[in-house]
Design a protein around this ligand. Structure first.
Ligand code: PGA
Length: 217
């Protein structure tokens, strides 16, 4: 079974999200298809998305416990909801919001405490520093996404050979974890990436329901 994540990032309003669900229809595959909508949309489309067969995840999580942290969404806010995955340390979070390896490590801790699967995003340069910021015992509980900066949102395809090499590097550091690839994945190249890893993290191509359907086999 493969894991196919659709990361809508901060795109879509409520109507757009509902329209998307209608266009996609029911999930009809043995693979796990995970939707990552903005937090407000997660709440709004949650029941409908679960009924259609999607698994739900979040694009980020507060590094703090519940409390007086205006604007943050904590693991406690997600309690009682069937949310399975938390994408943590996406390069856009690191770049635009200044997240450090230690921030990501704190988020991994919050996610694990809450029973969420942390999907830790790394580019080649910070596989080691990110792993070093985590507790040894946490490493094997993560899923790791190789997200090369050069391929995110650019349409520039990373060679499958390179992806395979970096997956091997990740496993050397994290242990026998599930590894997924993200960066300009589309219906034409998805098969190659799925052959060498456990799944894909899709941004742009997840925004259009038909396109996402085409790669969610
Ligand atoms: P992209 O985004 O598919 O638009 O390249 C991937 C990602 O940010 O994970």
């Amino acid at each position: 079974m493969k894991y196919i994540f659709g990361n809508w990032k901060s795109n879509k309003n409520l109507n757009g999200a509902l329209e998307w669900l209608k266009d996609f229809g029911k999930v009809n595959t043995d693979n796990e298809i995970i939707l990552l909508p903005a937090f407000n949309l997660l709440g709004a489309i949650y029941n409908q998305a679960l009924e259609a067969g999607f698994v739900m995840g979040v694009q980020d999580l507060s590094s703090m416990a519940a409390g007086s942290y205006t604007g943050a969404v904590s693991a406690v806010n997600l309690e009682g909801m069937e949310v399975k995955y938390a994408i943590l340390g996406h390069s856009e979070r690191r770049h635009h919001f200044g997240e450090t390896d230690q921030d990501v490590a704190n988020k991994v801790e919050r996610a694990l405490e809450a029973g969420l699967v942390p999907v830790v995003c790394v580019d080649e340069d910070y596989i080691f520093s990110q792993a070093a910021a985590l507790e040894q015992s946490q490493l094997s509980k993560c899923m790791v996404a190789y997200e090369p900066l050069s391929a995110i949102g650019t349409g520039e395809e990373m060679s499958v050979k390179k992806v395979e090499e970096v997956f091997a590097q990740i496993k050397k550091v994290f242990g026998e974890v599930k590894v997924i690839y993200g960066g300009s994945v589309n219906p034409n190249n998805v098969d190659e990436y799925l052959l060498v890893g456990d799944g894909v993290l899709v941004g742009t191509a997840s925004l259009d329901a038909k396109e996402f359907l085409a790669l969610s086999k």
